[in-house]
Design a protein around this ligand. Structure first.
Ligand SMILES: [Zn+2]
Length: 92
């Protein structure tokens, strides 16, 4: 993989913990094993934009009150969504 900051080709995919503020701003949670990019050359660890968007979207669709203060990325994405995926499409 290529690091988007220093363009090094030595960047690797890795699973990292991330602290995240809930969309409603009530609290921050720890998400473990988030797919991330780890670059040994500029020592940066970042999450790709697409992944961030997916995560943020998922937070909007689930009942965040049911979440503990710490969970894995997979546990988060396995949370059932409150809205059916075709909810918006049905309003055509
Ligand atoms: Zn880099």
């Amino acid at each position: 993989m290529q690091c988007k900051w220093c363009k090094s080709d030595r960047a690797l995919e890795s699973l990292e913990s991330a602290y995240w503020e809930l969309p409603d701003g009530t609290r921050a949670v720890e998400i473990k094993e988030v797919p991330s990019i780890n670059c040994p050359d500029c020592t940066i660890i970042y999450i790709e934009e697409e992944q961030i968007t997916e995560l943020e979207n998922h937070f909007m669709l689930i009942d965040t009150k049911k979440l503990g203060s710490s969970f894995t990325f997979k546990e988060l994405m396995d949370q059932p969504t409150l809205l059916k995926k075709n909810y918006f499409a049905m309003n055509d």
